[in-house]
Design a protein around this ligand. Structure first.
Ligand code: NI
Length: 173
């Protein structure tokens, strides 16, 4: 099921999420819904708080050409980050049509639980590294615009407030 994506500013996008402790069918359904919502958007990553679920779950697939690689990461943690940094122009499904360059470690090693509760580990580089860091930030209540200067951040936030007002009007009409 495709779920509505919250648009910034929203208090749920600023709050740290809860650790997942039970690996149930309900969790698998959440992951399914998140992947469907992400592919539909379309996007390359989505974190649970973006659909208003305050649990430490993210999905991503950074494959541009070729067979998809849907990934579900539960309770992800960065255990190592490279000193080398990369700059990517980032966007966010909760901040539509706004993009800005963000500098982050080029490579990160991440551990997480899969849907059965088994611990997994992988080292990510390139777009995958940027994406996983962006999504883990969401689980900690942090957005990519928090890396920008205050003026740029305020400008984007005002645009999003306007967008939300317009959408609310459309919904009433
Ligand atoms: Ni995002």
């Amino acid at each position: 099921m495709i779920r509505p994506i919250l648009i910034h500013p929203d208090p749920r996008l600023k709050k740290p999420c809860d650790t997942v402790t039970e690996f149930t069918a309900d969790l698998a359904q959440l992951a399914d819904d998140m992947l469907e919502t992400m592919y539909d958007a379309p996007g390359i990553g989505l974190a649970a708080p973006q659909i208003g679920v305050m649990r430490r779950v993210l999905v991503m697939d950074c494959i541009k050409d070729g067979p998809p690689r849907p990934m579900v990461l539960i309770n992800p943690e960065i255990t190592w980050a490279s000193e080398d940094q990369s700059i990517y122009e980032e966007g966010c499904l909760s901040i539509p049509d706004q993009y800005a360059e963000v500098k982050r470690p080029s490579e990160v090693r991440v551990t997480w639980h899969d849907l059965t509760g088994t611990v997994q580990e992988e080292q990510f580089s390139g777009l995958w590294a940027t994406c996983v860091q962006h999504e883990i930030d969401h689980l900690n209540g942090k957005l990519f615009i928090d890396y920008l200067g205050p003026l740029k951040r305020q400008m984007i936030t005002r645009k999003m407030e306007k967008l939300k007002r317009e959408r609310a009007r459309m919904a009433q009409a």
